[in-house]
Ligand binder design. Structure first.
Ligand code: PHE
Length: 476
């Protein structure tokens, strides 16, 4: 697979291993850490869910991240092109690449709506909307916001517009430099919230909720029946948070220089992503319990709870809130770019479109699909697609999120692992792993996991989930 250095450079390369880590961390760190992780942890009862999630990150997430980067750097193509090349034009594997494009399409459509919420809260704090308001008013501001269709559509349009603009004009490179400054600032503002929460909030309550396992909650519905859904959600969250299963990391790996040690770069990304999710989670739950709220707040959790702390902090809190929501919107933007980039790269390579038309076609299509999500808590309130683990119907946005994280990403991830473990050229994958002084022993462990453990675990959970929740009833 080795291509001449000049060719590779023409296609584009990260200026250093560090730039790759920053860009990949920019894709990984986003709403998944600050919005999704805290809220689904609340939905599934904390403790056992968090521990199972951390296990999934180690056994499924990390090995798969290494796998995607190995595939990307080896093929130096977008996911569809990569599978086409590495499988020598096999139709089936090319289809797996397509599945990734579809996931990117679905995820970005609702991701943009949530990102819009952060912009709305940014403006709320700029205009000092919460001044003098009490707990219940602050919390109900969330429901007011999502039940306003015009407002939802406006923010969705603005966020998708920004994402499309950046991907079209290729000012991505400039933006990546900002990651270096803005990501640490986001982290810093989360740390301030964490310290505030630990000191002024209910630290014991939060830590017990997040780390004290009650294993029943991981496998049973409210009425005491077996359900694979919480385990599936934990695994899906590992995929979502690390941007795995759809080829985003294949794409980013395709720009990675040959001298970088993939196992180490990937470990950094996993560490940062998990750290930020945990910090956000602990901060939010200290404040939540101090305000005597229930963890199962649904997708609004972060937006209901954090403003409570910001308002309680007074004037400093307002400044911190303005910075925080802006930084979060930026983190969402760097993730959104990676989602749109996968779709765009595919249209460029395979439909032979120019970058401008490829981005517009993908971006506008995603925008249109996103309208359903923007309207899902107002005009489309009565429309439901999937059901949750207790059988309650779910709105459009929640359903699309479930479809992507519980089905599309894990199915994609399964095939990606399966491909590398069983079909990819042995010499090539080993060469990629060992490049930059990779360890032989770690290679053996990784290869064992990706061959026998990762795909098997994903497969088993998928079969149970599909059986139980799509109603096949094989195991009844
Ligand atoms: N990882 C991103 C986040 O946590 C979301 C994402 C998923 C980005 C899949 C790209 C691919 O916000």
């Amino acid at each position: 697979m080795s291509q001449p250095r000049g060719e590779i450079e023409k296609r584009g390369l990260w200026s250093s291993g560090l730039m790759f880590i920053l860009a990949a961390a920019g894709s990984a760190i986003g709403l998944g850490n600050v919005w999704r992780f805290p809220y689904i942890t609340g939905t599934y009862g904390g403790g056992a869910f968090v521990i199972f999630y951390l296990g999934c990150v180690l056994v499924v997430g990390y090995p798969l991240l290494v796998t995607e980067v190995v595939i990307g750097r080896s093929a130096r193509k977008n996911p569809v092109g990569a599978f086409k090349t590495l499988s020598r034009e096999n139709k089936f594997w090319t289809l797996v690449g397509f599945l990734g494009i579809l996931s990117g399409f679905v995820i970005l459509s609702y991701y943009s709506v949530i990102a819009g919420w952060t912009l709305d809260y940014f403006v709320k704090f700029v205009t000092n909307d919460f001044a003098g308001k009490g707990r219940d008013e602050i919390i109900s501001a969330f429901n007011q916001m999502i039940s306003d269709p015009a407002r939802q559509l406006t923010w969705h349009s603005i966020f998708m517009g920004a994402t499309i603009g950046i991907v079209i004009f290729g000012i991505k490179e400039g933006l990546e430099r900002w990651i270096e400054i803005l990501m640490p600032l986001l982290f810093l503002s989360l740390l301030i919230l964490l310290v505030y929460g630990l000191v002024r909030g209910d630290a014991v309550g939060a830590l017990r909720f997040l780390f004290e396992p009650d294993w029943k909650k991981l496998v049973l519905t409210k009425s005491g029946e077996f359900t694979p859904r919480p385990m599936m959600e934990a695994m899906g969250q590992a995929f979502f948070s690390l941007s795995l299963g759809m080829g985003a990391m294949i794409t980013y790996g395709s720009y990675l220089g040959d001298e970088v040690r993939i196992s180490r770069a990937s470990a950094m990304i996993v560490f940062l992503d998990t750290l930020i999710a945990l910090v956000a989670g602990i901060a939010i739950y200290t404040i939540l319990f101090a305000n005597k709220l229930a963890p199962a707040q649904g997708p609004g959790l972060t937006f209901k709870v954090l403003p409570l702390a910001f308002v309680q902090m007074g004037g400093v809190g307002r400044v911190l809130a303005i910075c925080f929501f802006l930084l979060l919107a930026f983190a969402a933007l760097t993730s959104a770019i990676s989602l749109l980039e996968v779709v765009t790269a595919f249209f460029i390579d395979d439909l032979k479109l120019s970058r401008r038309w490829a981005t517009l076609l993908g971006g506008v299509g995603i925008y249109l699909l996103g309208i359903f999500s923007a309207l899902s808590y107002n005009l489309l309130k009565g429309v439901h697609i999937f059901r949750d683990k207790d059988g309650n119907p779910m709105p459009v946005l929640d359903s699309l999120d479930l479809l992507a994280t519980n089905y599309l990403l894990p199915i994609g991830g399964f095939f990606i692992a399966f491909f590398l473990g069983w079909f990819m050229d042995k010499v090539e994958k080993k060469r990629q792993f060992l490049e930059g002084k990779g360890s032989e022993r770690l290679y053996k462990i990784w290869h064992f996991l990706i061959r026998y453990i990762t795909p098997v675990l994903v497969f088993i959970l998928l079969v149970f989930e599909i059986d139980k929740h799509l109603g096949l009833g094989i195991f009844e």
